[in-house]
Design a protein around this ligand. Structure first.
Ligand code: FES
Ligand SMILES: [Fe+2]
Length: 348
């Protein structure tokens, strides 16, 4: 076996205590997910987890490095170590590794030659939308589109990450669900008497779904001034990037656009870290803290449901739960996940 193959092999080994079925894990490991907020990654190593794999994340020469959080000498986590001269130092016996993962120093034997096999398992790292993204299988970069972030006419807001003791599939489906507003979000923005869901269509393009949902459900927060004219029709345009990201553009009066990128990062089969960059082209002088607070309220309302649903895993077998016409997007989403190869034993 060549060295590259050996590395590829070790990267694709199922993690210890894997909470996914082997088949699901192999499929999910090919995609890109955010694992951290870029600004929070400095030269102090940070431990993160993706698909049950423990990773260490830090900066060296200004660039983010992501490696398996494991020193091959005696299995200590490198996230307990530190970065010195752009190299990560293991806290147990002081081995050092450079930003390519190669061991550069074994302090117990300073003049001995270091085996080139002494190398960390490394993963690609990309900074985008204020987040650090990676792929466990090291597949070609493939990130969701989020046009507001680079548009000079928009301001960007990045709320803190948000943890949910639930599966990424359930969280994602909740983000796409349009019939829960009157029930779950009555305290934040919705009207408990406005329950009816007008017809809408879902379009599929490759691995993406598009749904334009028009309704009279306002997106202004409770207690916030509502300048929308009587009968204003609100457009919520959803776009799904399988498996676990989706953008939502809410069209406000006077061509205002609020864009939200919902990125559910699967920590394990039943634990999700949600990252949610926001861009908007209006209310540019409103303090971002207000938006962050409002967003937190909405996601907290959703979290209560996602953490309480059973089964915890999103059932991909369409006969497993009852569907109504309002669920068109979520039905298409379940079909899409099935087509990705996530099968009926899908556990996230
Ligand atoms: S376990 Fe890392 S140097 Fe020994
Ligand atoms: Fe919701």
């Amino acid at each position: 076996m060549t060295k590259t193959n050996a590395l590829a092999e070790s990267q694709m080994q199922l993690p210890r205590d894997c909470t996914f079925t082997p088949g699901d894990w192999q499929v999910l490991s090919k995609y890109w997910y955010p694992v951290a907020i870029a600004e929070e990654i400095k030269d102090k190593p940070v431990s993160v987890k993706l698909l049950d794999v423990k990773l260490v994340c830090y900066r060296s020469h200004g660039k983010v490095v992501i490696a398996r959080d494991l020193c091959f000498h005696r299995g200590a986590p490198l996230s307990l170590g530190w970065v010195e001269n752009e190299e990560i130092v293991c806290p147990y016996h002081g081995f050092r590794y450079n930003c390519e993962g190669a061991c550069t120093s074994v302090p117990a034997h300073p003049s001995a030659k270091i085996s080139p096999k002494l190398k960390l398992i490394m993963y690609p790292a990309v900074e985008r939308y204020g987040l650090i993204w990676t792929s466990l299988a090291g597949t070609e970069e493939q990130l969701p589109e989020f046009s507001g972030w680079d548009d000079p006419d928009f301001i960007n807001i990045l709320p803190p990450s948000f943890d949910i003791a639930g599966s990424s599939g359930r969280q994602m489906e909740g983000f796409l669900d349009v019939s829960h507003f009157a029930y779950v979000h009555a305290d934040s923005f919705a009207d408990p008497d406005n329950t009816e869901v007008p017809q809408y269509k879902v379009r599929r393009e490759g691995n993406e779904l598009f749904a334009d949902y028009w309704s009279t459900v306002s997106n202004y927060g409770k207690g916030q001034e509502n300048p929308a004219p009587e009968g204003f029709m609100w457009l919520r345009a959803f776009r799904v990037f399988a498996p676990f990201a989706a953008s939502l553009t809410v069209h406000f009066p006077d061509d205002g656009k609020l864009m939200i990128l919902n990125c559910a990062s699967p920590v394990s089969a039943r634990y999700t870290r949600l990252f949610c960059p926001i861009s908007r082209n209006f209310d540019k002088s409103v303090p971002v803290e207000d938006t962050i607070k409002f967003n937190l309220q909405v996601f907290s309302e959703d979290r209560e449901m996602v953490e309480a649903q059973t089964p915890e895993d999103l059932p991909l077998d369409l006969t497993a739960e009852a569907h109504i016409p309002a669920d068109r997007t979520s039905i298409a989403y379940r079909q899409l996940l099935t087509e990705l190869g996530l099968g009926r034993d899908y556990t996230s």
